[in-house]
Ligand binder design. Structure first.
Ligand code: IMP
Length: 657
């Protein structure tokens, strides 16, 4: 028999208290960026700190990656703070923890700590495993940026070089620095950084007078910081029942590996999982999961192509200026760290989908919804796919070479004012519709929207609110299912949807009342004659404005149930078709000639008409863009047949019921 011999003289009974125990934070959340940074993550995180405190928890507000490259403005009790190292909940949390993966400048962090009220300064704790990042790294940042052909446009905070020294294992951690008895010993560590170019030491000597004085300054700054072994410290907080609010700096589009074209990125991971790994924590520490934050539009600073930047989707320079002005009127959109003007663009669902996926979450918070409601022109675009500039191939997954792609947009009517709104019941239809489209294109569940700059300007959705967004998203899904049906008709050779008449955007759009329109026509003479006159018109079945769901086909070959009733001369159009309001402002699907929005009956003559929006060739037809016109339903005759039968083709749509 196998026996176990226990030597009671070895060991310590205190091991019993740890046996089988892996402590986790009882409550925890991570907040990450979904575009290219500057999404207003801080306010959302701040909100969590407040919420946890209300629930009775003590809160540790932590960062685990990045460094002085991050920047955020925090407004508290009428005072504006600009932080780079401290997370935004610093002022209201019980402990501020700067974790092992961070690159920290001891002098700069001290400046920020000094901004806190005196009695709060001691609560800022630095993990001994964090890397010391100094002016050496800042000068190296400039040195390498100048040498690089692909300008990253770094923030110049030295984060990249500090990470590279860490990868080379020539970096200095806070533990290393703390072990030094005097600045000379620290200087020896700096001298071991074999990757520092000589010119950088020249710059250091110029700035500090001497290398010695530099080392002395860093040494003294480090002595003032609360440096601790991170894991035991965090374990202690876990056992004391603290809640964790983890702010992940930068954003998915800047992730060191998965970000913009591989190179136009920051030097650390920007996902929650990456941050947890840097901090020595696990996913079980996030009971409330991970929330991706974006703005209702996108912004970017630094190098690299920005697919959804205003202007890349056909907007004229004049429009771009007006779009930017309409945003900057409310949000300055300048980098907190560098003061650079951020580039602005439309919501990029391709990027956000990838961000949600990489973070393993569906939770999305959208800031600046008030701003998108006041955007120039009242129409917002959402980029749901990218199109390859040369091959035309549409991709839905975030591609590597961003500059090879154009954005593919859907336009959504916005035009609402929700500044300061805090109650979801006071949100107009336009807000719900915009959110439903974002939810549809990203697969996200939207948790929260920002409605202004103050810390109280937001709406946190109730279960009812979330259910409402889900319902609308479902309607959009149904619409797309209808379009897919169209595509399958095409597969059967009945219709050619890509006849060029509607540009490349074979997608629907909405009218202000939530009606979805989609139309096709084919005058492709290469098709067999019988197939040339097949047309489909879709509108949303639940439309309150009464456009019918109608399909028209060439009937000699009509085998589809759907097309029954549209035999030549026997158009069975539902009554609802008559309820179109003349002159209503439809948002329409762009076509080179027209956009069909439905079928209607002239109440006087009893004739049925195809109703369409004049678009794109207004100059040729004497119609204004956006005019609603009507033609007899059999307008889709061949060009010659049309000419014979309707010499005066364009009839103004004036009277229906
Ligand atoms: P680095 O992180 O300073 O090396 O800069 C690399 C890239 O990330 C540059 O394009 C920066 O503009 C960008 N970046 C870094 N931190 C932030 C941030 O907090 N907000 C926005 N962009 C950032």
């Amino acid at each position: 028999m196998c026996g176990l011999k226990i030597d009671f003289t070895v060991g310590d009974t205190s091991i019993l208290h740890f046996q089988g125990e892996i402590p986790n934070f009882e409550k925890g959340v991570a907040v990450v960026g979904g575009h290219f940074g500057d999404e207003g993550k801080g306010r959302y995180a701040d909100d969590f700190v407040e919420e946890y405190k209300i629930e009775g928890y003590k809160v540790v507000n932590a960062r685990f990656q990045g460094g002085g490259n991050a920047g955020h403005t925090v407004n508290r009790d009428g005072v504006e703070y600009h932080f780079h190292y401290l997370p935004s909940g610093a002022l209201i949390s019980d402990v501020v923890f700067l974790g092992a993966g961070m690159l920290i400048n001891p002098m700069d962090i001290q400046t920020e700590i000094n901004m806190l009220p005196e009695d709060q300064q001691k609560k800022v704790i630095v993990d001994e495993r964090a890397t010391v990042c100094t002016d050496v790294d800042k000068f190296m940042d400039g040195y390498y940026e100048a040498k690089r052909s692909n300008k990253v446009g770094t923030t110049g905070s030295g984060v990249g070089p500090a990470v590279s020294s860490r990868a080379l294992r020539v970096h200095i951690t806070f533990a290393d620095a703390k072990k030094c008895e005097n600045y000379q010993e620290l200087l020896e560590l700096f001298d071991k950084m074999v990757n520092v170019p000589n010119s950088v030491w020249v710059d250091i000597a110029k700035k500090y007078g001497s290398k010695d004085y530099f080392a002395m300054t860093v040494f003294e700054a480090i002595q003032k910081l609360n440096v601790v072994p991170g894991t035991p410290f965090l374990n202690k907080l876990k056992k004391e029942g603290y809640a964790l609010v983890c702010e992940v700096s930068q954003a998915f589009g800047l992730d060191c590996i998965h970000g913009n074209s591989g190179h136009y990125v920051t030097s650390t991971h920007t996902t929650a999982i990456g941050a947890l790994a840097d901090g020595g924590l696990g996913i079980n520490d996030l009971s409330d999961g991970i929330c991706v934050v974006t703005k209702a539009y996108a912004s970017k600073v630094g190098g690299g192509y920005f697919v959804t930047e205003f202007g890349h989707g056909g907007e004229t320079p004049d429009d771009v200026q007006k779009l930017e002005d309409s945003i900057r009127k409310y949000v300055p959109e300048c980098g907190v760290t560098t003061g650079r003007k951020r580039l602005l663009g439309w919501f990029d669902a391709v990027c956000v989908r990838a961000a949600l996926q990489a973070n393993g979450t569906k939770k999305l918070a959208i800031n600046c919804m008030d701003v998108i409601g006041l955007i120039h022109g009242g129409i917002a675009k959402i980029c749901y796919a990218y199109r390859h500039k040369k091959t035309g191939k549409i991709v839905y997954d975030w591609p590597y070479f961003q500059d090879e792609y154009d954005p593919v947009y859907i336009e959504v009517e916005v035009d609402f004012n929700i500044f300061h709104v805090t109650d979801e019941n006071n949100l107009p239809d336009g807000v719900w519709r915009y959110l439903a489209y974002i939810s549809f294109f990203t697969g996200a569940e939207i948790d929260y929207i920002g409605t202004g700059g103050a810390s109280t300007d937001y709406v946190k959705f109730s279960e009812n609110g979330k259910a409402h967004i889900r319902q609308l998203t479902q309607k959009i899904k149904e619409l797309y299912a209808a379009i897919e049906e169209t595509a399958s008709l095409n597969d059967e050779g009945n219709v050619d949807p890509d006849d060029g008449s509607y540009g490349d955007d074979e997608k629907p759009t909405t009218d202000p009342n939530g009606l979805y329109c989609f139309a096709l026509h084919s005058e492709d003479n290469t098709l067999p004659e019988k197939q040339q006159r097949r047309y489909l018109v879709y509108a949303h079945p639940d439309s309150t404005t009464g456009l019918l769901v109608a399909k028209q086909g060439h009937l000699e070959q009509n085998t589809s149930e759907d097309l029954k009733g549209f035999s030549d001369g026997n158009y069975e159009v539902p009554d609802k078709a008559r309820e179109i309001t003349p002159g209503s402002k439809w948002r329409h699907f762009k076509g080179s000639t027209s956009t069909i929005i439905g079928v209607a009956r002239d109440a006087i003559t009893g004739d049925y008409y195809v109703v369409y929006v004049c678009y794109g060739n207004a100059g040729k037809t004497n119609h204004e863009d956006g005019d609603i016109l009507a033609r007899p339903l059999d307008m889709f005759l061949s060009p010659n047949e049309k000419k014979d039968k309707y010499p005066d083709q364009d009839m103004r749509f004036e009277k229906i019921d």
